[in-house]
Design a protein around this ligand. Sequence first.
Ligand code: GRF
Length: 202
Amino acid sequence: MAGRIVVLVSGSGSNMEALARACERGDVPGEVVAVAADRSCAGIDIAARRGIGTIVLDPKQFEDRDKWSRTLRDRILDHAPEIVVSAGFMRILAPVFVDAFPGRLINLHPSLLPAFPGAYAVRDALHAGVRVTGTTVHFVDHLVDHGPIILQEAVPVDSQDTEQTLHERIKAVEHVMLPRACRLLLEGRVRIVEGRVLLSPG
Ligand code: GRF
């Protein structure tokens, strides 16, 4: 049976779409059953067009952040996901959310963590003048852009790069890496041992 995947987005949702396609092709033994966002965005439109369930919860419509976090958590739990993927979700996930998905909540971040955490990872890498940056998929813990690393891929920086051109190349790599990470998880090949990820051969 296909592993149930919920994806959190805030923007263009290209990684969510790449993952949904990989599932449909059979490259990932899963199905994107819902897409959740903190705002109306292209990612939600893509999900709706694909017939995927959508959840939009704007924190501004809630009394406080805690109520928003709990509601988002409960709406996602309704979908009984095996994996929850944060892919371009521009909110910090509170412990009350994170603790509901032990070993099942992963984040995609456009740098080689622990370098360049935060919302401007691609810009920060360019400003730092690094020759190589990349992307990371990791389990989410209580710190921002932190937790056991599942996969990383390097992306060289060109001298001509702008934030946009570099991010586009990073995303092209992410579109392959994220489905691969989900496949590893759904095949039960990912274990956390003493805070580090061990991958079993297929
Ligand atoms: C990705 O680069 C991801 O690493 C970062 O935000 C971007 C989301 O892009 N967290 P998209 O919405 O999947 O196109």
